[in-house]
Write a protein that binds this ligand. Structure first.
Ligand SMILES: [Zn+2]
Length: 885
């Protein structure tokens, strides 16, 4: 484990490497505890002159076996080797030389799951961001690109499968005189220069499914997905998603695949979702395996999105990579944008957009508003592993989306073409990226670039006035950006706001803007205060603004409830229609919260309850959309709206009260739609069928809210023929009717049915970890001792401990501090094995300062207890200290 040294890395300190490694030949002799790694590196000086400084290579927990330059073994006096660094002082007086390094590693003992590790009998690697230095000493930085040839050797019986990046060159038995050595080898060559973080190997015994894809220029690509034996059929959907992704990238971005093979390997112990290693993507099996009995519709959608995301990286990340880790958003923000667009094209654009925005508000907004806030392109870090954040990924994607909004689809595509043409083979920067859009469109994006450089979520206030006599509409807009931990002064942003003026008939009025600041249906807010006038408007319109969530901002608008109800019924922009309803919910919920805090009983406007009923039954809207329209803001969303001195118990009560009010006002209608949405015909994971299930399951939650109303959920649980319906019924029973005999029986049944399915048991953990109320603290403690739980497996840790802290506001924030204590102990236990996962889940403390004083105090104590531990990893210390600062 990398113990914290306090070192801070800064963007302004970037210098190109003085040494390059044009060629890398790796030989692995795979063994669980004694894997020998030989790295033969061609080293060249950047200057073309003999070296004038020592060569310093990165390492992490490495043990050097031998070292030779140009075939000559180095004597101990000419270098120093520590676990985290190899410094060679005496170098040949030449611009090019060959360095051979031998190290020995123990994959079996690697529980950090970074570098080369072995789990469930399979060898696998994870090198992003800095895992390669756990395999051999190297210039482990993304701007050092090298052509790799990899020879793998292993026991033929135990490890029949040997994969690496690129194309297979040769394979066969390892000769050992006349005897069969019992070992075999394979040689892989990747012709495309790549940074070390994209290196991968897999050795194991796995089943597979094979397919092929013919690219737009007629080349045949062999496709393989490798999974545990017996699970091959569950990889079919992933294969289908892969082929659709390959076609889509050709059609929409003009990007063709470049190697002869594309392999995906699913592993069960994995720190992240998946990894885009060139030609050999390695996946958390959660994002590969699916069938109707074990995967929900959300799982299917997740598989489609992640398969696409990693595939799209072949161009945005691999062919064009990042110059340094400060540019992480260059590949991640852009690739998330690409996978969002892919899913929108495969499914429903409005539904997809709403789901993205819900995710952004739940994850990224709290990050932006808390102690861990950082710009999309950070300028400093202590531990890069902690910057694989929602800000870099999701907000990074929103920034790319805004560029397209500003440029329009045509100029955006032309700019992307130029980006691929100009930077193929480069390690590029955000400046390189922005330049192509400026050049193609002729626009000045310097103010816009602040989206990459300033942390925080801008807020925009809007007011509209209509002057009937002058037939004029005036919009007043004002922007603000609150200080964030490392930036007290903020500059004004360029915020593109899509809008419409909606007439009484529900159609947009064609209003003429007087003056600048408006282009088509986009307002460009660039100043602190901006006033925009529209002429020739005789009737009073209703303003619909930030349509499609064109800018990731917080919007405050003076608007009456009547106007919002009007938009929720008539806005032609389906996102804005959903937003109007969501704003009405939020206002009702914050008011109910205050009533409950004041000792009263909340009441809700009949007009709102009727609007929800009408939306549920509106057949002009697709079921998936109606399901989202019926989904109330989460407890975290409500907390953010309230802002300070949060009482999570009162939030839960307010939310439950609104669920009950909506459910009882619409009980008959909801029951009828629930029946109408029942499945007919065989299971299909497609968007239309998934949408019907999702609407039905949202309604089930409303219909099961009254105390004792268990029948419908219990019966759905019993009769379910797919995991979506079964898991939804189980969650409703466990959350709404916790402790009822039906809930207890269903939980027990689920466990016994799926005992042998770790990914399904994760759902069982999640459902129990999110049962509201402090009793769940004990449940989680008990489940950590369950035979299906393993502190070594990231999926288990995330589904039980991670979900508890991230998604159970009333138990994690239990007033007596018991939730924090349980969680802090668990974080420290995870950290001893896997610092990256521990640091990631520990971010759940980030909103602690917004709580009421009693809870704040308890949360601070738990954080301090973690920080006082000796020898904390750099990963966890970084998160805890920034959270406390
Ligand atoms: Zn990615």
């Amino acid at each position: 484990m990398r113990v914290d040294t306090g070192q801070v890395f800064k963007l302004e300190d970037y210098r190109p490497s003085e040494f390059l490694i044009p060629e890398t030949k790796l030989t692995f002799n795979l063994h669980p505890t004694k894997t020998l790694v030989q790295a033969e590196l061609t080293i060249r000086t950047r200057s073309g002159q003999p070296p004038n400084a020592a060569l310093v290579l990165d390492g992490d927990e490495l043990e050097l076996r031998s070292l030779a330059i140009n075939g000559k073994v180095l004597d101990a006096a000419s270098y120093t080797a520590t676990p985290d660094r190899l410094t060679i002082n005496e170098l040949p007086q030449a611009d090019t030389f060959t360095l051979v390094i031998e190290t020995e590693i123990a994959p079996e003992h690697n529980k950090a799951l970074s570098g080369l590790y072995r789990s469930s009998g399979n060898y696998t690697t994870q090198c992003e961001a800095e895992g390669f230095r756990r395999i051999t000493y190297f210039l482990d930085r993304p701007d050092v690109l090298s052509v790799y040839t990899v020879r793998l050797e292993a026991d033929s019986k135990e490890t029949p499968l040997l994969l690496s990046n690129g194309n297979l060159v040769e394979r066969g038995p390892v000769e050992s005189g006349a005897l069969d050595s019992g070992r075999h080898y394979a040689v892989w060559h990747d012709p495309f220069p790549k940074p070390s973080y994209l290196f991968a190997l897999v050795g194991g015994d796995l089943g597979s499914i094979k397919d092929s894809f013919t690219t737009v220029s007629g080349r045949e690509v062999e496709l393989g997905i490798y999974v545990e034996h017996g699970k091959e059929e569950r990889a079919a959907y992933a294969m289908d998603a892969l082929k659709r992704s390959m076609r889509w990238d050709e059609e929409v971005f003009g990007r063709e695949y470049d190697l002869d093979v594309f392999n995906i390997v699913a592993v069960s112990d994995f720190n992240m979702g998946a990894m885009e290693n060139k030609g050999l993507n390695i996946f958390n099996d959660k994002y590969v395996l699916a069938d109707e009995a074990t995967a929900t519709d959300a799982d299917y959608a997740g598989i489609e999105a992640v398969i696409a995301h990693e595939y799209f990286h072949n161009w945005t990340g691999n062919r064009i990579t990042c110059r340094d880790w400060f540019q992480l958003c260059l590949k991640e923000g852009l690739t998330v944008f690409r996978d969002h667009e892919f899913s929108a094209d495969q499914r429903s654009r409005a539904v997809k957009r709403i789901a993205e925005v819900r995710g952004l508000r739940a994850q990224q907004f709290p990050e932006d508003q808390g102690p861990l806030a950082h710009p999309v392109r950070p300028r400093r870090y202590r531990e890069i592993n902690n910057f694989y954040t929602s800000t870099v990924y999701e907000k990074g994607s929103e920034v790319v989306r805004m560029i397209r909004t500003i440029l329009g689809a045509e100029d955006f595509r032309r700019s992307m073409d130029l980006y691929f043409e100009r930077h193929d083979g480069d390690a590029a920067t955000i400046e390189d990226f922005l330049r192509v859009f400026e050049e193609v469109s002729g626009r000045d994006l310097s103010q816009f670039a602040l989206w990459y450089h300033q942390a925080g979520t801008p807020s925009v206030q809007v007011a509209m006035r209509h002057d009937a006599d002058k037939r004029e509409v005036t919009l007043h807009l004002e922007q603000a950006l609150a200080p964030t931990p490392t930036e007290s002064r903020k500059r004004l942003m360029h915020i593109p706001l899509q809008f419409g003026l909606v007439g009484q008939d529900g159609r947009d009025i064609a209003a003429k803007p007087a003056g600048d600041g408006v282009e088509g249906d986009v307002i460009h807010l660039r100043k602190r205060h901006q006033t925009i006038r529209f002429t020739d408007v005789s009737e009073r319109p209703v303003l619909s603004i930030n349509r499609g969530f064109s800018a990731p901002i917080m919007l405050a608008m003076e608007q009456t409830a009547e106007d919002r109800i009007f938009l929720a019924r008539h806005d032609s922009d389906l996102f804005a229609r959903w937003q109007a309803l969501t704003t009405l919910y939020t206002q009702a919920l914050t008011q109910a919260y205050r009533t409950i805090r004041g000792g009263g009983t909340p009441e809700f406007e009949p007009a709102l309850l009727a609007l929800v009923g009408d939306t549920a039954g509106n057949e002009a809207l697709e079921p998936a959309y109606r399901a989202l329209a019926l989904s109330l803001p989460g407890e975290g969303d409500i907390a953010r709206e309230i802002g300070q001195t949060i009482d999570p118990d009162a939030i839960l009560q307010a939310r439950n009260a609104l669920v009950l009010a909506i459910g009882s006002a619409n009980a008959d209608g909801f029951a009828a739609i629930y029946d109408e949405m029942a499945a007919s015909g065989p299971f299909s994971p497609d968007a239309a069928n998934a949408g019907r299930r999702s609407l039905r399951n949202v309604l089930l939650d409303y219909l099961s809210a009254p105390a004792g109303d268990v029948k419908r959920a219990a019966s759905q649980y019993e009769s379910a023929t797919n995991m979506t319906d079964r898991a939804a019924a189980l969650a409703v029973l466990a959350h709404r009717q916790s402790g009822s005999p039906e809930a207890v029986a269903a939980l027990a049944d689920f466990e016994s049915r799926f005992r042998a399915e770790p990914l399904v048991i994760d759902k069982w953990f999640q459902i129990q970890a999110t049962v509201p109320g402090t009793a769940t603290v004990d449940t989680v403690r008990e489940l950590m001792r369950h035979s299906g739980f393993s502190i070594d497996n990231p999926n288990r840790v995330r589904s039980l401990v991670g979900t508890f802290a991230a998604a159970n506001q009333t138990a994690f924030h239990a007033a007596d501090g018991s939730g924090y204590k349980l969680f802090a102990d668990a974080v420290l236990e995870v950290e001893r094995r896997n610092p990256q996962v521990a640091a990631r889940i520990a971010t759940s403390f980030r909103s602690w300062r917004s709580l009421e004083p009693g809870r704040q105090d308890k949360a601070r104590q738990a954080l301090v207890a973690i920080s006082q531990h000796k020898d904390l990893s750099s990963d966890l210390r970084d998160i805890v200290e920034r959270t406390l600062a």
